[in-house]
Structures are given as structure tokens and as C-alpha cells.
Design a protein. Structure first.
Length: 236
């Protein structure tokens, strides 16, 4: 394994930051180059993040206009993949998200979750036009697509944990994959006063729309993108 001290970590961080560029081609190119360097030097996202300026646990508070359960399910899966935890509140047809972790990981989670949410909405609008704008079909599509994406993200996290365990068994050292950081748990209880609520059952929607949404979800990229600044509204 190549020593992290000789790896171009600063370059990787800059490329990952460019992944947030409004220029779609520039963002895709920068992210591809960053992941190529991560693979070349056998580095994980967490190893790169750990070299950033230390920061205390805090939370980002983005908001989405929709309050559907699939959105919260998707944001939770994204947050956990980025070593964060997640809570939410709803009201006035809006979802208020709380992504709890350090600045770098929170920025990565928010950026990725916003991108995936917007992608689901865009695909639903495009595909619904082919169904004569059927609102029930469109709702089903969003639900199926969002839930399928969340499942893929959870599977990816499980793969990372499995890889970590395999590396540890052979003597290699990798950063611990998030399994419920106690500092984050304490922050959620003491600062945000989070409580566990009963999960609301998804509303009945068009079965064909859900199936179409699940199929479309498999074509959406889920590679994490990491920012080097705190997300808007980040509170320590």
C-alpha cells in the first residue's frame, strides 16, 4: 500500500471540490480524475477527509420542498454512506433535513443527496410526460426510484464494511466505517433533542410507475462526491 504521506491528497481534495462545479462536464471530469487517484493510491474518502482542517461535530440544515417518505429514506442512506447520521422534520409540504457529522462529511452528504433528489424529480417529470402527465404514475415513479436508490446506497455501505473487515483480517489498516459514532449520537440527543418516530407507511401509488422508477434508479450514478467546505447552514 502506498504511504498516504506521499499521495497527492491536496490534489485529490481540489478535484473533489470541483465535483460541485455548476459546469456538468467539468464536475464529471474532476470527479473521475479524483476517484482514479484514490484507486491508484489505495485511499478511501475518509482518509482524504481526515487530512482536512479538524472540525467539531455539527449539523447542516438543508430543506426540500417535498415531504414524501422516499426523500427522507434517500437522505438517510446518503448520510450514512458519508459517515454522518440523519434526522428530519416535516411541515408545510417541506422536509427539513439534519445531516449530523463533521464539516467535510456533511458537505459531501448534502451535495450528494441534493443531486440524487433533483435527479429523481427530473426523471419523474420526463417520464410522466410519456404517460400523459399521470400524477399517480409520477408519484409512484418517484417513490420507486428513491427507494431503489436508497437500497443501492445501503448495499454500497455494506460492501465498504465488508472490505474493511477483509483488510483488517490481512493486517491492512483502513479508517473505521461509520457504525454509529458516539460523539454524533450524543450530539443528536443533547443538541438536537432527536427522538425516534414511527415510520410512516408510503401512500398507495401506481404499481407501473414504481416499477419504472426502480428501473431508472439503476442507471443513476451513486459515487460519492466530497466538498472541502461546510455546507450552507452548517451549525457547530
Amino acid at each position: 500500500m502506498t504511504s498516504t504521506s506521499t499521495a497527492p491528497i491536496a490534489k485529490i481534495q481540489k478535484l473533489l471540490a470541483l465535483g460541485a462545479s455548476a459546469n456538468e462536464h467539468e464536475a464529471a471530469s474532476a470527479t473521475e480524475k479524483a476517484h482514479a487517484l484514490l484507486a491508484q493510491f489505495n485511499l478511501s474518502m475518509a482518509e482524504v477527509a481526515d487530512t482536512a482542517e479538524p472540525s467539531n461535530i455539527g449539523h447542516a440544515t438543508p430543506m426540500t420542498k417535498q415531504g414524501s417518505p422516499w426523500i427522507r429514506t434517500l437522505w438517510q442512506a446518503v448520510s450514512q454512506l458519508n459517515f454522518c447520521d440523519y434526522a428530519a422534520s416535516t411541515g408545510n409540504h417541506r422536509t427539513y433535513h439534519y445531516v449530523i457529522g463533521d464539516k467535510v462529511n456533511s458537505a459531501s452528504a448534502v451535495q450528494m443527496a441534493e443531486y440524487l433528489t433533483a435527479t429523481v424529480q427530473r426523471l419523474a417529470n420526463e417520464q410522466a410526460r410519456l404517460q400523459d402527465g399521470d400524477a399517480k404514475w409520477k408519484t409512484g415513479f418517484r417513490q420507486g426510484c428513491g427507494e431503489r436508490l436508497a437500497l443501492r446506497l445501503r448495499n454500497k455501505l455494506a460492501e465498504l464494511k465488508s472490505t474493511e473487515q477483509a483488510q483488517q483480517s490481512t493486517g491492512s489498516t483502513l479508517p473505521a466505517i461509520y457504525t454509529g459514532n458516539q460523539e454524533i449520537q450524543d450530539y443528536m440527543a443533547d443538541v438536537l433533542n432527536c427522538t425516534t418516530s414511527k415510520k410512516r407507511a408510503p401512500s398507495k401509488t401506481d404499481g407501473a410507475g414504481r416499477m419504472a422508477g426502480r428501473a431508472s434508479a439503476d442507471s443513476i450514478g451513486i459515487d460519492t462526491q466530497l466538498g472541502n467546505v461546510a455546507p450552507s447552514g452548517y451549525i457547530q
